[in-house]
Ligand binder design. Structure first.
Ligand SMILES: [Zn+2]
Length: 226
C-alpha cells in the first residue's frame, strides 16, 4: 500500500492504493516506481471515481512503462485495481440454436477460433477437426438418443454412414471435413489444395444444416400439437 494525493471535487484527498506486484511486460515480480498519476475523471458525489497511475518496471533489462486504473469507493475512499485484459473479444459466428444440439461443439470451435486468431494455425486445425467430431456425433445422438453409448465410441466415419442416410448433404460435407481434418491431425498431408479456411467453411455449412433440422423439429412439434 502506498498513500497518494488525488483531487476530488477540488479538494486534495489522501488515499491508499495497492502497488502492482508484477510487471505486465516481463512478468517478473517487481516494485515498480510510480511515474505519474492522472486527475480523477469523475466526481465522488454519488459514483465511483477513477484515475490511472503510470508505473515503470524496476528491472534494468525491462524498464517498461504501464498504466493501472483504480476505482475509488465514494464512502470510505478505499481503492481497487481495475483488471484490464488487452485481448480484444473474438467474434465467433455460429448458427442460432446449434448450442442446443452440441454445446461442446460451440466450446471447442470457439477455442479453435482463439488459437487461429493467435496464429496458432496447427493447433487451430486440430481444434476445428475435433469440434466437427463433437458436432456430428452429438447430432447423431440428437436424432437417435437411445444409441448414445454406441455412437460415442464409434469411429466418426461409421457414425456418418450409419446415422446420416437421410442427410446426404451432411454426409458429403462430413466426408470433406474428415479428409481435410485428417490432414490437420496427421504427419503426412495428402490434400494440399485445401486448407483450414475450407475446413471451417465445410464445418459451418454442416452446422447450418443441423441448426435448420433443429428448427424444423421445433416447427413440426408446434404444428402437430395445434
Ligand atoms: Zn518488467
Amino acid at each position: 500500500m502506498e498513500n497518494i494525493h488525488i483531487d476530488f471535487l477540488n479538494t486534495s484527498q489522501t488515499i491508499s492504493i495497492d502497488i502492482p506486484e508484477w510487471c505486465p511486460h516481463c512478468g517478473r515480480n517487481t516494485s515498480p516506481s510510480l511515474v505519474s498519476k492522472s486527475r480523477s475523471q469523475d466526481t465522488l458525489r454519488k459514483d465511483f471515481a477513477r484515475f490511472a497511475v503510470t508505473y515503470r518496471c524496476s528491472y534494468s533489462d525491462c524498464k517498461k512503462y504501464f498504466s493501472v486504473e483504480y476505482s475509488v469507493h465514494p464512502n470510505n475512499l478505499s481503492t481497487s485495481i481495475k483488471t484490464y485484459s488487452y485481448r480484444p473479444p473474438i467474434k465467433v459466428n455460429l448458427p442460432q440454436n446449434i448450442e442446443k444440439v452440441s454445446p461442446d461443439f460451440v466450446e471447442i470451435y470457439g477455442q479453435a477460433t482463439v488459437a487461429e486468431t493467435e496464429k496458432l494455425e496447427q493447433v487451430a486445425g486440430v481444434g476445428y477437426r475435433k469440434s466437427a467430431e463433437f458436432l456430428l456425433k452429438d447430432f447423431a445422438i440428437y436424432k437417435e438418443p437411445s444409441k448414445q453409448e454406441k455412437i460415442k465410441t464409434m469411429p466418426l466415419g461409421q457414425v456418418i454412414s450409419t446415422y446420416f442416410s437421410d442427410f446426404p448433404k451432411i454426409q458429403t460435407l462430413a466426408k470433406a471435413i474428415s479428409w481435410i481434418g485428417n490432414d490437420e491431425t496427421h504427419y503426412i498431408r495428402k490434400h494440399d489444395d485445401k486448407d483450414i479456411q475450407d475446413l471451417k467453411r465445410f464445418i459451418l455449412a454442416c452446422a447450418q444444416f443441423i441448426a435448420s433440422d433443429y428448427d424444423f423439429d421445433e416447427a413440426l412439434a408446434f404444428t402437430s400439437s395445434n
